[in-house]
Design a protein around this ligand. Structure first.
Ligand code: PLP
Length: 378
């Protein structure tokens, strides 16, 4: 059997977590939280990184910071995880879904402008599979209409667009360190803040509406309730687990890219024969091997290929991905789709994700590719 995902764990994880326990430093904003934030700031070039309890929570923070109000509209793809929309729905906003591009499965930047109304406040690009959205176009539109940009870069750490890190283009960028992501702290995430003037408000929201961060930094001698907020601060033990991976981030990244490239090269002949389609990485995008997917003919073929052939007969745990949000009960209740759903539903039904994790061996990848070939060529 080959699992779809195995959570990443670096050799030093136990040592660092044990250190937190021994030193009785297990709450938030400890030494490892600081190390992780600094690492992310240096690596991405963002003005500020705040570690959070999840990417969902980072996005909720961004929605609060962007001052999203009831009735505001937020433009996003429908082909994404629920959190992209939920963070804004919690503020009473309306997610306005636009179609994706079939090549990258990212929001179609050419369809954004026609979805803008006088209620639109923000655009939320999702960098699917760590492949960047067309950020030049998106930032240009946002600038022209005075809209905030909040990047759902849950899958995007270590990936770039024209040399710049994903998560650093918009006002806010959100990373995930869930166990299914390239780097993990079990549950966790990070909020990247582009403009230094927004940092203080973010620190207050993350600390239950208090200026405790300033207190911890020794800038004030007691902290007080300043604004609304919540508890978005992860334990330092989780940060310790994550930091062990960040120390070897390049190694993890190259290992994932090597797997991705092996899949791509091995399956290219099948794609050339028109049996399957492979992912597209546009020029200017450097991805991070977050995901390897292929596309089969349609939903019916996927059922036979993925569930019956790969999983049941060969023990290969390939999986599908998002059911478009506008077709889900909550999506219908809270949001709307602007324009034609030309690709969102059709492409989502054809997509199959193959096993991908740090530690997957080339022998396993070759075995999976062999089985895929066998399915199509006998
Ligand atoms: C994983 C993921 C999230 C949610 O991340 P959590 O850290 O689990 O909250 C949000 N958006 C996308 C695109 C994701 O892949």
């Amino acid at each position: 059997m080959i699992n779809f995902n195995v959570p990443p764990c670096a050799e030093n994880a136990m040592k660092y977590m044990e250190e937190c326990v021994r030193n009785q430093k297990i709450c938030g904003d400890g030494a490892y939280t600081k190390k992780c934030s600094q690492w992310i700031e240096e690596k991405t070039g963002t003005a500020k990184c705040l570690l959070t309890t999840s990417c969902t929570h980072a996005t909720e923070m961004a929605a609060l910071l962007a001052d999203i109000q009831p009735g505001d509209e937020v433009i996003m793809p429908s082909y994404t995880f629920v959190s992209t929309a939920d963070a804004f729905v919690l503020r009473g906003a309306v997610p306005v879904f636009v179609d994706i591009r079939p090549d990258t499965m990212n929001i179609d930047e050419k369809k954004i402008e026609e979805a803008i109304t006088d209620k639109t406040r923000a655009i939320v690009p999702v960098h699917y599979a760590g492949v960047a959205c067309e950020m030049d176009t998106i930032m240009e539109i946002a600038g022209r209409y005075g809209l905030k940009v909040i990047e759902d870069a849950a899958q995007g750490i270590m990936a770039t667009y024209k040399g710049k890190a994903l998560g650093t283009f918009g006002d806010y960028g959100c990373f995930s360190f869930h166990e299914t992501k390239n780097y993990s702290m079990g549950e966790g995430g990070a909020l990247l803040i582009r403009d230094p003037e927004n940092v203080e408000e973010a620190e207050i929201i993350r600390e239950k509406g208090t200026n405790r961060t300033k207190f911890i930094q020794g800038k004030i001698d007691k902290y007080t309730w300043i604004n609304y907020g919540s508890s978005y601060l992860p334990s330092d033990m989780n940060a310790a687990y994550l930091y062990a991976q960040l120390e070897i981030a390049e190694e993890i990244n190259s290992a994932r890219l090597a797997i991705w490239n092996r899949y791509y090269e091995s399956l290219k002949p099948l794609a050339d024969q028109g049996k399957i389609e492979l992912p597209v990485v546009p020029e200017g995008c450097v991805h991070n091997g977050h995901m390897f997917y292929l596309k089969v003919k349609d939903g019916a073929e996927r059922k036979v290929f993925m569930d019956e052939y790969l999983k049941a007969q060969n023990g290969i745990y390939a999986v599908s991905h998002y059911v478009p949000l506008h077709t889900a009960p909550a999506g219908q209740r809270f949001g709307r789709f602007h324009g034609e759903d030309r690709y969102t539903t059709r492409e989502s039904e054809r997509l199959v994700r193959l096993p991908m994790y740090y530690g997957l061996t080339m022998e396993q990848v070759d075995y999976i590719c062999e089985k895929v070939r066998e399915f199509y060529l006998g």
